[in-house]
Write a protein of this length. Structure first.
Length: 48
């Protein structure tokens, strides 16, 4: 946590203050789709 998890920087105005620094989630979204497919195939979740 600490400064690594901080969203705002005290005493600053404009960018990058109050900017969320989240990495690109496309690879994560692709992995989630694969995980869901695996879970459905293994009959671990509903097929909805």
């Amino acid at each position: 946590a600490g400064s690594q998890a901080r969203l705002n920087m005290r005493g600053s105005v404009g960018a990058p203050n109050w900017m969320w620094r989240m990495k690109d989630l496309r690879a994560f979204a692709k992995r989630i789709k694969q995980m869901r497919s695996d879970l459905v195939r293994a009959d671990r979740i509903n097929h909805d």
